[in-house]
Write a protein that binds this ligand. Structure first.
Ligand code: FE2
Length: 190
């Protein structure tokens, strides 16, 4: 069973109201609760129930709830920083190597974030060749590259910004970049 983590240390972060953050923490806790509920249900289902639509739909649901939980943990953990990447560190070097420059990477990441739709913008490292790639994740579960390492993630569901920014998603993306915890992101690099 999973336990919801406490991210209240993010309260007070400029550009993110207390209301928005508290709502977001509540949503996150819901994913933890529902992941646990699903796992508990699977443990209790009797063998004769496995060939049912209920069994199939609950299993389809697990990827959504589990990723809703885990991606929020990665998101809150890569926030709360000062937005300054260590220019001589391995992540800055790798971004420049794989995207031409740090600015070119950021431009692409912001453009992916600005896409219409609800989901996540994710910087992944391909475990097969070490390359960094930006991905759009639809909702919580569609589009994750198999067996890759998540380096940085930005929530672009409407609940992540509308309370503070309305439809001005670009202003939210600016606020996100001001508070990226680059040390946390860099520590994920393989
Ligand atoms: Fe969210």
């Amino acid at each position: 069973m999973y336990t919801a983590k406490d991210y209240t240390k993010l309260i007070g972060m400029e550009g993110f109201s207390d209301t928005l953050l508290n709502n977001h923490f509540t949503l996150y806790q819901g994913y933890v609760t529902n992941t646990n509920k699903l796992l508990d249900t699977f443990a209790q289902l009797k063998d004769e129930k496995t060939a049912t639509p209920e069994f199939a739909e609950l299993h389809r649901r697990l990827g959504w709830e589990f990723n809703g939980m885990r991606l929020h943990e990665y998101y809150f953990e890569n926030l709360g920083g000062n937005g300054q990447i260590n220019k001589n560190g391995p992540l800055a070097k790798k971004l420049a190597e794989d995207f031409g420059s740090g600015e070119a990477w950021e431009k692409d990441f912001r453009a992916v974030g600005a896409m219409r739709g609800i989901g996540w913008t994710a910087l992944y490292q391909d475990s097969a060749n070490g390359k960094l790639i930006n991905f759009w994740i639809n909702e919580h579960d569609q589009g994750h590259p198999a067996s890759c390492t998540l380096i940085l993630i930005m929530d672009v569901f409407e609940h992540a910004y509308m309370v503070d920014y309305g439809t001005k998603k670009a202003a939210y993306i600016d606020a996100f970049f001001k508070h990226v915890n680059w040390q946390a992101a860099e520590a994920r690099l393989k």
